[in-house]
Write a protein that binds this ligand. Structure first.
Ligand code: SF4
Length: 224
């Protein structure tokens, strides 16, 4: 049952990306649903109304990977927020059959799920989105996360990263709510030895809707 729930969240596939996982030409599998309400979200349809996007059926994904895996160096799982998907392990197990390593994008607010994925070897690398200083989380997440929860959850992620530095990297998008001092604050939060990857913010053309650039990345079907 949870298998079919998880597969119902698979709402997009980009056959090839050269920028989602630096050094790894990869495909990108998009899972719908998110626990945050970031006002700057570029993937609102996927995050909050995934039913408006077509499902990528399991046999189609399996067949795509069987044909294309040898041309890829990895799979990125993105969202939305993949850790919120009930039974997401079913999808990750299917991806593992390809023999490709998996990188998963996460906002880090469900560290227990990240811990589980890491322990089970279902994900080889996590790209953790640190949205800003803890104090700014309520504004950055549309009120979904307060300062205390942000600190608690990311501290747990940082502790995992200290033990497994090969399995994590950290990114911040320079949204208008952040200034240079905030970026420095985020750098100081990271465990020793980690660099912060900065991403430019491109405003969505329509608030809380799929921006055109994201729509191209989430076709919701397979390109053969
Ligand atoms: S930006 Fe990411 S974490 Fe925030 S609402 Fe959108 S998908 Fe969720």
């Amino acid at each position: 049952m949870s298998d079919s729930i998880a597969w119902n969240h698979v709402r997009g596939l980009t056959p090839l990306s050269l920028c989602d996982w630096p050094g790894h030409p990869c495909c990108v599998v998009f899972l719908g649903g998110c626990n945050l309400r970031c006002p700057t979200c570029h993937n609102g349809a996927l995050a909050w109304s995934m039913e408006t996007l077509p499902v990528v059926e399991r046999p189609a994904l399996r067949s795509f990977l069987a044909r294309r895996a040898r041309w890829l160096a990895g799979i990125t799982v993105s969202g939305g927020e993949p850790t919120t998907v009930p039974g997401v392990g079913a999808v990750l197990h299917e991806l593992a059959k390809s023999g490709l390593p998996v990188k998963l994008d996460t906002n880090g607010m469900l560290p227990e799920v990240v811990e589980c994925m890491l322990a089970e070897g279902l994900v080889q690398r996590f790209a953790v989105d640190v949205k800003g200083p803890f104090a700014k989380y309520p504004a950055l997440t549309g009120g979904a996360v307060d300062e205390v929860a942000a600190r608690r959850n990311l501290s747990r992620i940082f502790a995992m990263a200290e033990k497994r530095p090969d399995a994590f990297f950290f990114r911040t998008t320079k949204v208008p709510l952040l200034d240079d001092a905030d970026i420095e604050t985020v750098r100081d939060l990271l465990p020793p030895g980690f660099a912060l990857t900065l991403q430019d913010y491109i405003p969505p053309r329509r608030p809380h809707a799929l921006a055109d650039s994201e729509a191209r990345r989430t076709p919701g079907n397979l390109v053969h």
